[in-house]
Ligand binder design. Structure first.
Ligand code: PFF
Length: 689
């Protein structure tokens, strides 16, 4: 099937705004409200913004441009988009989709909690403001914890499931039904619904922020959030969390953004959209943090005045505890608590719902693209399966399953590996220049050739470091990883690993199934091009492989540390030489009539991995084993001058960045008086670089 034909048949978003809001809706989710603020607070306060912004600029935004351009170029959901690149890479697309499906089995469960707590808040509103988790002092905090964990979840430690909590079944049905209703009509309706589900949580957050900031004590709360603890920057875990958070928050690596962009109109912008969406996501996270910590500060003040003090550090906990214990408890200490609880849980629902349905839509579109089955059949079946899996997480031990699986899929073991695979497939094994030109030809501003090297080198090396570092830590974990030294299995890790291992296996099976629909045809079908640099490619491959093989052997035999060390250093030296050689071959021979040989491309992949493996090994040696993290907050809880500067810089980045994006969009529209440059420019000029 040709691209033109696809264009005629594929649905599209109603407008540019519809697409931007849908992508923002996917990015802005539960992760912004409970992930970002708590990570900032736990990993160095304002200092955490440095790794976060580094990750956003170096990895997040370039990768979002990559996913948008691939989706838009191929006009197919992730698996087919990768298949268009090369048949063998369909598996990479499915891998992301399957891990995305894993997320969509538990994300609605958290939405279900929100629906329940929303109902409690509404009951409270009609009940003289009485909330079931209200209490006073530290005892009150214990009560609020007890309400969520025992009364609501019936929680027990460990991975034993211990029976379904029937009180959460109906909210889970409501969550799935809401998602279903949002997407069953296709993306055009989604493009309209998001005009509601994106601005509404922003409005709610604004209410909570203004209200939080006007409370007495709010500035002390903000000190916990913003006062920097610079020493945290020296810890690897700070960087790992920053990168992981950027990925999860921008909905990257699971094929969502590829799929969403596949429904984009043929002439729409890519680069500017990616920047707008990334900055909007960052802004939402940061402002959500202001709302949370200002309110916690207000709560600390009120409880102190009442003679039953609850300091911020006694309630600030991550994840579900923040949303279902700390924040509701804090609100309950303040006037109009039921109303503000309603606002908070309504914000969570509207934040989460479009993220949840974005993953559902991307799984759905992948299946529909592959099989040609009708979405009206696939969606209900998928929803029922997703709901059925969700029942696991609403058992008494379900929250532990959720934590374990989320930790693996979203952490450095899942999401970063996928991001790295995406980059090496598109950067080395395919023609990244094609995607750059495709994106540039229709965007309000252009990315330079440096972007190719970000995708080919910088991002895979950075992500590779995080992945291998984690791997080295897991392999050297003194308390064991899959089994303790005493031989006892560690179930949470076994379950996490099982999910991670099963995903590529299922992905392989799916990619082997025959397509019911016509195969996608991207320009530059490799078989039609003359292959160049066969010999040069073999030389490059050898110079990449020899150090790798040496290194792996050296890990498994007994040799003196100095020889081991020498072998380790050959990795980056061989890697650098190979990278230069392969890059040269690719630049020279990937033209409209010729292509670089496969060994030359694979040499680049292996060399990139070698470099990241080397840096990870060095960093692992320097930092030692996995550490138990303790939250360090500054001793004096006053908002310092540095924190005000941090606040100003962040606002400058957000307002300045978004202002620039809008300026470019307006400038381009008035220059061309309509859509950007014609499509053909992007797709047919392989010769110019
Ligand atoms: N970005 C969403 C959040 O921050 O909550 C979560 C998410 C949605 C992750 C879609 C991944 C995804 F594909």
């Amino acid at each position: 099937m040709s691209l033109e034909l696809l264009e005629e048949q594929r649905e599209s978003w109603g407008s540019r705004g519809g697409f931007i809001l849908a992508a923002v809706g996917s990015a802005v989710g539960l992760g912004n409200l409970w992930g970002f603020p708590y990570k900032l607070y736990s990993y160095g306060g304002g200092a955490f913004l440095i790794p976060y912004i580094v990750a956003l600029l170096l990895v997040g935004i370039p990768l979002m441009i990559l996913e948008f351009s691939l989706g838009h170029y191929s006009q197919r959901a992730a698996p087919d988009a990768f298949k268009g690149v090369h048949k063998g890479f369909e598996v990479v697309g499915w891998w992301g989709i399957i891990l995305g499906f894993v997320i969509v089995t538990y994300y609605p469960v958290v939405l279900a909690y929100c629906f329940s707590f929303l109902a409690y808040s509404i009951t409270g509103m009609f009940n003289g403001g009485k909330l079931p988790w209200a209490g006073e002092g530290l005892e009150g905090v214990a009560n609020a914890k007890n309400f969520f964990f025992q009364t609501y979840l019936g929680y027990h430690e460990g991975m034993r499931l211990g029976g379904i909590r029937w009180n959460i079944v109906l909210p889970l049905v409501v969550a799935w039904l809401s998602m279903y209703l949002c997407i069953f009509k296709g993306v055009r309706l989604v493009g309209k619904i998001v005009w509601l589900t994106v601005p509404l949580p922003w409005l709610m957050l604004l209410i909570l922020t203004v209200r939080g900031l006007t409370l007495q004590g709010s500035m002390q709360g903000l000190a916990y959030y913003l006062d920097p603890v610079w020493s945290e920057l020296a810890k690897p875990v700070t960087w790992r969390y920053a990168f992981g958070q950027v990925f999860f928050s921008l909905s990257l690596a699971f094929g969502v953004m590829i799929t969403y962009a596949s429904f984009l109109h043929r002439k729409s912008d890519i680069n500017n959209n990616a920047l707008i969406i990334s900055l909007a996501d960052f802004a939402t996270s940061f402002i959500a943090g202001l709302a949370v910590f200002a309110t916690l500060g207000g709560m600390a003040f009120v409880t102190q005045q009442a003679g039953n003090p609850v300091p911020v550090e006694n309630v600030a906990e991550g994840g579900p505890s923040l949303a279902f214990v700390a924040f509701p408890y804090a609100l309950a200490q303040l006037p109009y608590s039921a109303y503000f609880s309603f606002v908070f849980f309504f914000a969570l629902i509207t934040l989460g719902i479009d993220s949840a349905f974005s993953i559902t839509e991307s799984v759905l579109a992948s299946i529909v693209d592959k099989t040609g089955w009708h979405r009206n059949i696939v969606l209900p079946v998928m929803s029922i399966i997703g709901f059925a899996f969700g029942l696991i997480y609403i058992t008494k031990g379900g929250l532990n399953w959720l934590g374990a699986i989320d930790g693996f899929v979203n952490g450095t073991r899942g999401i970063t590996l996928l991001g790295m695979l995406e980059c090496i497939v598109l950067g080395w094994l395919w023609r990244i220049g094609t995607l750059r030109r495709h994106a540039n030809s229709r965007s309000d501003w252009k990315v330079g050739k440096w972007w190719d090297y970000m995708i080919r080198l910088v991002i895979p090396i950075l992500l590779g470091i995080l992945f291998f570092w984690q791997l080295f830590e897991d392999m050297n974990n003194e308390t064991g990883f899959l089994r303790t030294p005493q031989g006892r299995w560690i179930p949470e890790n076994c379950i996490g690993v099982a999910v991670l291992v099963l995903a590529p296996v299922i992905a392989i099976v799916l990619s082997l199934l025959k397509d019911r629909r016509g195969n996608i045809v991207l320009p530059h079908k490799e078989q039609d091009l003359e292959t160049k640099a066969r010999f040069g490619g073999l030389v490059a491959l050898t110079s990449a492989l020899v150090p790798t093989v040496q290194y792996i052997i050296s890990l498994n035999i007994d040799i003196s540390p100095s020889i081991k060390n020498t072998i380790l250093w050959i990795l980056p030296i061989g890697g650098a030489i190979t990278i230069v050689l392969s890059s040269y071959i690719l630049e020279k021979y990937n033209t409209s009539t010729t292509q670089a040989s496969w060994p030359a491309r694979w040499a680049g992949v292996i060399a990139t991995m070698n470099v990241s493996m080397f840096i990870a090994a060095i960093l692992f040696d320097l930092t030692g084993k996995a550490e138990i993290h303790e939250i360090k907050t500054p001793a004096n809880h006053e908002l310092t001058g540095v924190s005000y500067i941090i606040l100003a810089v962040v606002f400058l980045i957000i307002v300045g960045g978004l202002g620039w994006c809008f300026y470019r969009a307006i400038a381009t529209t008035s220059k061309f008086d309509g859509p950007q440059s014609p499509d053909e420019i992007g797709d047919s000029e392989e010769q110019q670089s």
